[in-house]
Structure formats: C-alpha cells, structure tokens
Design a protein around this ligand. Sequence first.
Ligand SMILES: NC(=O)C1=CN([C@@H]2O[C@H](COP(=O)(O)OP(=O)(O)OC[C@H]3O[C@@H](n4cnc5c(N)ncnc54)[C@H](O)[C@@H]3O)[C@@H](O)[C@H]2O)C=CC1
Ligand SMILES: O=C(O)[C@@H]1CCC=N1
Length: 279
Amino acid sequence: MSKDLRVAFIGAGNMAEAMISGIVKTGTLEPRQVTATNRSNADRLLELHNEYGIQGIMRDKLQLSSYDVIFLAMKPKDAESSLLSIKDYIRPDQVVMSVLAGISTEFMEEHLNEGQQVIRVMPNTSSMLRESATAISPGQNVTMKNVKLAKSLLSSIGEVYVIEEDQMDLFTGIAGSGPAYFYYLMEHIEKTAQENGMNVQQARDIGAQTILGAAKMMIERDETPTELRQNVTSPNGTTAAGLNALNENGGGTAIKAAIEGAMNRSKEITEQMAKVTVQ
Ligand SMILES: NC(=O)C1=CN([C@@H]2O[C@H](COP(=O)(O)OP(=O)(O)OC[C@H]3O[C@@H](n4cnc5c(N)ncnc54)[C@H](O)[C@@H]3O)[C@@H](O)[C@H]2O)C=CC1
Ligand SMILES: O=C(O)[C@@H]1CCC=N1
C-alpha cells in the first residue's frame, strides 16, 4: 500500500474503530495516514488517537481534499446531510466508501457531484481482529484502480467479496449483522451452562472454541455443513437429541427469520432514503 495514501473516516463509532484497528495493526497503513472525525466528541477522537496513533480531527477542521479515500461511517439517517456536506469539497479522483447499511451507490451518487467515485462497503466488527467478511459493490463511476485499492485496503481487515449491489441487503443480513447472532447464541450457551452449574468464564471459553472449531472445519475441510453435521450425529445419540430439540423449537426458522429480518430492514432503509429529496 502506498505510503502516500491518506484515508479519512467520517464517523468515529464502533465500526470505524474496528476498521481502523485492523488497518493500522496489520501495518497496512501507518497511523499518520489515517484520520478519524466526528461531529462533536473530542474525547472519542483522543481515545482513538491514544489507542491507534491515528489523527483525530473535528469535522469542521477536516481538510477533505487531502484524502484519497473518505470512509462514511455515521448512521444511515445522517447519510444525506453528510454527503451534502462533503459534496463540494471533494474531487472526482477521490473515492467515497460508505459502510452505511441500506445506503445505495445510487443514493450516494445522487447526493454527490456528477462523476464522483463511490463504493458501497459492508464490513463487520470482526474487522478489529482482521476476520471480517466484507462485501464491496462499486458505483458506476469508480475506476478499476480504486476497486483494486478498496480490495487491498479492506483485505487487511479480513476476506473481501465483490458482489452485485442487489445482493448487498442479503449480505448485510448474513455477515454485517451476523456476528450478533453468534454472540446471541453464546449468551444462551452461557446462561444454560450457568443454570446447569458451570461458571460463566469456562462456559464462554468452551462455547467460543466450539464455534471457532466449527467455523474452521467449514472453511478448511472439503465437506458440506450437512456432511459435517452428520459426522457429529450418532444414531440415537446426544447430538440427535440436541438437533431434534433445536428443530422442535424452531431453530432453523429462527435463523431464516433473523437473516431476512436484517435483510428487510436494510431494504427498508434504502426505501426510506429514496424518499429524501435531493437538494
Ligand atoms: N456496528 C456494526 O457492526 C456495523 C455497522 N455498519 C454501519 O456503520 C455505521 C456506523 O455504525 P456504528 O459505528 O455501529 O455507529 P456508532 O453510533 O457507534 O458511530 C457513529 C459515529 O458517527 C458519528 N457521526 C454521526 N453523524 C456524523 C456526521 N454528520 N459527521 C461526522 N460524524 C458523524 C457519531 O459521532 C459516531 O462517532 C452505520 O451506518 C452502520 O450501518 C456496517 C457494518 C457493521
Ligand atoms: O445494525 C446495523 O444496522 C448495523 C449494520 C450491520 C451491522 N450493524
């Protein structure tokens, strides 16, 4: 990665921090190449500076023209005002990469000047440990050079998938929101273990190792999840009893509902934002 590349994050919350952590700790960019900004929370910017060595600059002091990549990392409801606030201060050769759920490349392009390069990105918070599953969908004006830049920059926070934008809501339901489903699973593992006499920390270690092991099996072994599941399941054994209980209690239905719930909310954000008038 070029030592001259400069990246700004507008929005300095959980997702920005997870990405900054991955990008800086891998040495992909030096801390001096990264700036984070927010509307008014100077303490938060200082915290990020102290933790990662990056620059924290208040939004009104940020010189947008100095950055090659501008990440938008605020809440989707703030997308319109943020896009309009950067519109006339960026050049066509700069690329805007948005991680905002439900904000389409079309919406970004409509709210920026004609020809502006934009890329829609959906990472997840495992970026912090460089284990994100991140999707990108390039807008219509973006150059191949900047798509390559996005891929190599984002590969420092995990795996990168270039997908059609019409799959982005589904991707968000699976991967953007996905870590939360596993944390929720873990909360229930801990609760059940505790109710049955195991201490929480031990249950957490055991549960996390079990999830990690299963994830690695799916990534590294040439077997389908169904085959892997069958290998665990002895006839009339403990797993069969567990899986029966999962099915009887709507486990599969609940997983489908979670993914589709998140996917539909992403679509709903896109629809709500489409009603916003371009000024
Ligand atoms: N948290 C997650 O797991 C993921 C979040 N995202 C997306 O990332 C975005 C941010 O999410 P979080 O970091 O969780 O939220 P957060 O609430 O932790 O952070 C939002 C940040 O944006 C700042 N902000 C708001 N309006 C601003 C403006 N106009 N100018 C500058 N800064 C502004 C806030 O001060 C705050 O620092 C959302 O759009 C979300 O859809 C995407 C993938 C995963
Ligand atoms: O909950 C949200 O809306 C964001 C987008 C994906 C994960 N967190």
